[in-house]
Design a protein around this ligand. Structure first.
Ligand SMILES: [Zn+2]
Ligand SMILES: [Zn+2]
Length: 659
């Protein structure tokens, strides 16, 4: 198919009328002269800057040699040279391309689909920097719900306490406002009472332990009926109790309190109780029902990359490595004697099987019954060992160590290669038992972002904690964040919301609305990763930069190609130059400028077949790409880019099916 085209090849010096680059000032293009990287045949080509350029051609025509290994390599080299020698060492240095001259090249950034950024911790959220902004958002805008009882926890003021009382108690209720007074162990009760009386306090309802033998005396600040008390007097009472109680107060139904504790005595020690039977409020974040104090959150609390926020058990990975019992006992129909414990069938661990068979009868563990029919106690003995096991020195070999200790012993020898190989066969990653994959400390999960218009069904907490938000498809997360942002006043907080909203909408724009922010980047396809980087580039407001992309439509559904083009167009409108290697007809048709390489692959390629706006290339008699674009070769509209790519003979490696 290619050979026939070669006859019609039109070299650079015999360009057709479609060449519109003549007279263009050199300042507005990147001039490449004599490019010989790989199979490029001393290629001369000009790329207009500030434009959207697509480089086309059959597989092996030299597209990557031109775009990545010449243009990008040179741009990256010059970009790195703008840094100090010290900083330069942190950049990946590319080999200088084989080229006579490159003029007007811009600092270049390759929007890669490669593996270079895929650390085991990186996710869609971290790649897009949404995770970075989200931790500020949660530290500033999230609300706290007690993990013990689900009540919202706010730092209280007299006003919030008053509102809570009116919500919580019947209007007819008679209430007592109490404050705790610290009383040292040795202070005589009468002295304390005299001191209180001097300040006008007559009643003490109870004392509770304050540790170290000291006490809290619960003193009545005021009593009143809720429906008749004036708001002003209520607030004054609460303010005074907070002041006396150094930020703590309690409110009780007076009748209920007397039912439980009796009429308060007026002399001697007050009645002892473990906890005051009243609702406690604090100026700090505190749950009275669960007697739990909370701290104001820092952004670090919401980052699994921070020691402040990372789940201590899995260190923020969400998974832990452990013994996979299904691999240790793969066939539960086998008896112990027939080899139920897989790792002990041969090799250096065969001795364990002998020891098991020797010790099992005395422990009453049956050796000839299928594993699945053994009792819970028998299995526990096999796996966990003798209950009276102490350590290897004292207990071995007369006591049974159990499969678990066998693995612990192996771990201690894991510097040996064959042990590491053996261990790897019986271990696997499982979801972290403490955070259940959420990667954050439990404290972080108590904070929830809530939309103002939200009314959750009873029994469910409103809004989302951070891992829940990150588990939503980007589309849904975007809608939720938009609702939360409505009505936000503070300027700084508004900006944080905007940063996140913009990035989420970019992700939707490039057709990635189905991804979740917690998706590990190592599980993304090259096309997905490249489009994520594209959204990051859109977010950085870089100008006069050369962006290079290789097949960004890979794996993209046909209907999302238009959105991808829109995103590229935005990057160009910001004043950048975007060069894309692509054979998707929709992308080619949307470009400002097309450079068609060929005509064949390898030695048959590496030449400029046609260049110009898509319409001009389509009209070019020698261009195969143009032939398809112009409809001279029939490409049905409903064909997928993949099929078109195959028709053009393009390499479709790595392309997911788009149908
Ligand atoms: Zn609670
Ligand atoms: Zn964990």
């Amino acid at each position: 198919m290619i050979a026939g085209i070669a006859d019609g090849f039109v070299g650079r010096n015999a360009r057709g009328p479609m060449h519109e680059n003549e007279g263009r000032s050199t300042a507005s293009c990147i001039r490449i002269r004599g490019a010989r990287q790989h199979n490029l045949q001393g290629l001369d080509v000009d790329l207009p800057t500030g434009r959207f350029i697509v480089v086309t051609g059959v597989s092996g025509a030299g597209k990557s040699s031109l775009v990545i290994e010449t243009l990008y390599a040179e741009g990256q080299r010059r970009y790195v040279e703008t840094f100090s020698p010290y900083a330069r060492q942190f950049f990946e240095r590319l080999d200088a391309p084989e080229v006579d001259e490159v003029e007007g090249v811009l600092p270049a950034i390759a929007i890669e689909g490669g593996t270079s950024v895929r650390t085991s911790r990186s996710t869609v959220g971290t790649l897009t920097e949404i995770a970075d902004h989200a931790k500020w958002l949660y530290a500033r805008a999230a609300r706290l719900f007690c993990p013990g009882c689900g009540e919202e926890i706010v730092p209280h003021t007299p006003e919030t306490v008053a509102a809570d009382l009116r919500r919580r108690f019947a209007p007819a209720a008679r209430l007592a406002v109490l404050f705790p007074l610290p009383v040292p162990e040795r202070l005589p009760a009468e002295t304390v009472r005299a001191g209180l009386a001097a300040q006008g306090y007559a009643r003490v309802v109870a004392r509770t332990p304050a540790g170290d033998g000291n006490w809290w005396w619960w003193v009545v600040q005021d009593r009143f009926r809720l429906e008749t008390i004036e708001e002003r007097r209520l607030l004054e009472a609460l303010e005074a109790a907070f002041a006396q109680g150094q930020g703590r107060l309690a409110v009780a139904d007076w009748d209920e309190l007397r039912n439980r504790l009796g009429e308060p005595a007026e002399t001697g020690e007050p009645l002892f109780c473990e906890r005051i039977p009243a609702r406690e409020y604090r100026r700090e974040r505190y749950c009275g029902a669960c007697d739990r104090t909370f701290f104001d959150p820092s952004p670090g609390l919401f980052s699994f990359n921070s020691p402040v926020g990372a789940c201590p058990t899995c260190r923020g990975f969400g998974r832990v490595i452990g013994i996979d019992w299904d691999k240790v006992i793969p066939d539960p129909s086998l008896s112990l004697r027939r080899g139920a414990i897989r790792p002990w069938q041969g090799g250096f661990s065969a001795q364990c099987q002998q020891e098991l068979e020797m010790l099992a009868p005395a422990a009453g563990v049956r050796l000839d019954v299928p594993w699945r029919e053994l009792s819970e106690a028998e299995r526990r003995w096999v796996l966990e060992g003798d209950p009276d096991w102490i350590d290897w020195e004292t207990s071995w070999p007369q006591h049974w160590y159990g499969v678990r200790r066998y693995f612990e012993w192996l771990e201690s020898k894991s510097y040996k290669m064959h042990v590491r190989v053996l261990l790897s066969r019986y271990r696997s990653y499982t979801v972290c038992p403490d955070c259940h994959g959420a990667r954050l400390k439990p404290e972080a999960l108590a904070w929830r972002l809530i939309a103002a218009d939200e009314a959750p069904p009873p029994g469910r907490l409103p809004g989302h904690d951070l891992p829940e938000l990150f588990a939503l498809p980007v589309e849904e997360a975007a809608a939720f964040v938009r609702r939360c942002a409505a009505g936000i006043q503070g300027k700084t907080l508004r900006q944080v919301f905007e940063e996140i909203e913009t990035r989420l909408s970019y992700l939707c724009e490039v057709g990635l609305g189905y991804l979740t922010l917690d998706r590990a980047s190592r599980t993304l396809s090259g096309g997905e990763l490249q489009r994520i980087h594209l959204t990051t580039a859109l977010g950085t407001s870089l100008v006069e930069t050369l962006f290079v992309l290789e097949e960004p439509t890979a794996g993209l559904h046909a209907r999302d190609v238009a959105r991808l083009i829109g995103a590229i167009r935005r990057l160009v409108d910001l004043g950048n130059t975007v060069v894309v290697i692509e054979h998707d007809p929709q992308v080619i048709a949307a470009a400002d400028w097309v450079i068609d390489l060929g005509p064949g692959a390898g030695a048959q390629g590496g030449r400029l077949v046609a260049e110009g706006p898509p319409a001009a290339v389509a009209a070019h008699p020698a261009s195969l790409t143009g032939a398809y674009l112009g409809g001279r070769l029939r490409v049905q509209a409903e064909r997928t880019p993949r099929e078109v790519g195959e028709i053009l003979g393009c390499d479709s490696t790595g392309r997911a099916s788009t149908t």
